[in-house]
Each structure stands twice: as C-alpha cells, then as structure tokens.
Design a protein around this ligand. Sequence first.
Ligand code: NDP
Ligand code: 8X3
Length: 257
Amino acid sequence: MKTALITGATSGIGEAAAERLASEHYRLIITGRREERLLKVAEYLQTTYRADVLPLCFDVCSLEQVRENLGGLPEGWRQVSALVNNAGLAAGLEPLDAGRPEDWQRMIDTNIKGLLYVTRTIAPLMIARREGHIINVGSIAGREVYANGNVYCATKHAVDALTESMRMEFSPYGIRVSQVAPGAVETEFSIVRFKGDRQRADAVYQGFRPLKAADIADVIAYMMNCPPHVNIADVLVLPAAQAAATMIHRAEVSRQS
Ligand code: NDP
Ligand code: 8X3
C-alpha cells in the first residue's frame, strides 16, 4: 500500500483528493490547521474506507511546524510515495494600491513558502528511495493574470515556475513532478478570499456549472495512477463554461465574469 501526503485536506480539493485516494487504498497523511475538521475527515476516511490515516495539524507557513510535523514522521509513515502540495488561498481582490499587506503576506507565506517548506522536508525522503511523485496545485491564475488578482496570480505563477524547476532537479532520481492548474472550483476558496462574505463568494459560481473538488481529485488520481514511466506534467482543468480566467459564460448574466 502506498502512502500519499496531502496538505490542506480539511476542505475542498485536498479533502476530495484524500477521499479519492482512500477509496483506492492509499495510506494517507492529511494536514490542515483546523484540528476539528482534520480529525473529522480522518475519522470519515477510516470508517468509510477502512483507510490508514495520519492526521497532522499544523500551519504550512511555519518552517518550525513543518519540520516538527513532517521532519520526524513516525516509523511506518516515512515512505511517502506521493506529495500533493495543495494548501493555499487567496485573500482579497483589490487593486494593488488598495491591497492589504497582511493579505499579501498570507498568500506568499502559504502558497509559495509553505509549498517550499513542505517539499524541502519530504523530497529528500523520496530522493533517498529513488521513488516519488510531487503534484503541485497551481491555478489558471498561474497561467494568466487578471485585474485585482495581482499577488494571488504572482504566487500561482511562482508555483508554476517551481514545478518546472523541481521537475528538472528531481527527475534524475526517478521522481515525477506535476502540476494541476484548475479554473473555477466551488470550494471554500471564495469564502476565504472574501473573508466570510458568503453572498460575494456565492456570486462567483452563479450562472454556470463550476468544477467540483472531486473533478480535480479525479485528475490528481489519474496522474498518480499512470505507470511510473509516464509523467502527466501539467494539466489545465476548466469548467466547460470557462474560457479564460475572467471569461466565464454565465447563463443569465453576461459573457464576462
Ligand atoms: P479551500 O479553502 O476549500 O481549501 C484550502 C485548504 O488549504 C484547506 O484545507 C486549508 O486548511 C488549507 N490551508 C490554507 N492555508 C493553510 C496553512 N497556512 N497551513 C495549512 N493548511 C492551509 O480551497 P480549495 O480547495 O479551492 O484550494 C486548494 C488549492 O487549490 C489552493 O492552493 C488554491 O489556490 C487552489 N485553487 C483553487 C481554485 C478554486 O477555484 N477553488 C482554482 C485554482 C486553484 P485549514 O484552513 O484547515 O488550514
Ligand atoms: C483560483 C481561480 O480564477 O479565482 O485559483 O484565480 S481564480
């Protein structure tokens, strides 16, 4: 049985990926900051799929916490075959001159530094075993930019760049490095971006059928289940109604989102 480590598995894409991989008999290390949610997900996976689950509650922004939790994985959990760098967020949607530096710091610390800290801790274990697969969750915001997306788009462009460079650095050791870059997925993403304003968050997904977290989990599982000589390096996944970051065909609204 293979072990997969998924960061940010307390909701959305990470939670769906954990469920999908549990159904495929992976052993799972799942992480997140919200302990109650994390333990609930772990219990669900254990009871529904009889999965072997190790929940680790920590903040990926803290190098100390990452090292404490992942640097000394318990015996039997160190052979991580797949790492899904999923934990991430957007905070705010304002032009730069009105942006909040605290929001920029959260996005940079989580989406870039968190991914770096986790990868720095886990990749050496994979390199030592000459086996592993790292899947980074990027975004359409890492392919193009949109007004008011400034720092979030920059962090996802960084994920895109890091994915490419990691692939160059790790492929000599037989480690696959991939990116899945979703368009609009209905998760808690917009609730977080708009700081709990549910009305504003709901409006993002009105008038078209957004992706579900499980759609991205399908892609992640497909990438992981390819034969070891096959690396699905990069996949952009959009709702059928979305053509570009800010071009979503909405039934009863307009052609621009
Ligand atoms: P959710 O808000 O539903 O999930 C985000 C997850 O990340 C949660 O489990 C959260 O856990 C975790 N997380 C956030 N910050 C931290 C932190 N500092 N330390 C540890 N865990 C953290 O959103 P999504 O599922 O949509 O987001 C998952 C990824 O997908 C993100 O990287 C996002 O940028 C990306 N993405 C999302 C898209 C969308 O439209 N939804 C589109 C493209 C990409 P907790 O709060 O418990 O710590
Ligand atoms: C999330 C999708 O378009 O809001 O990465 O940036 S978008």
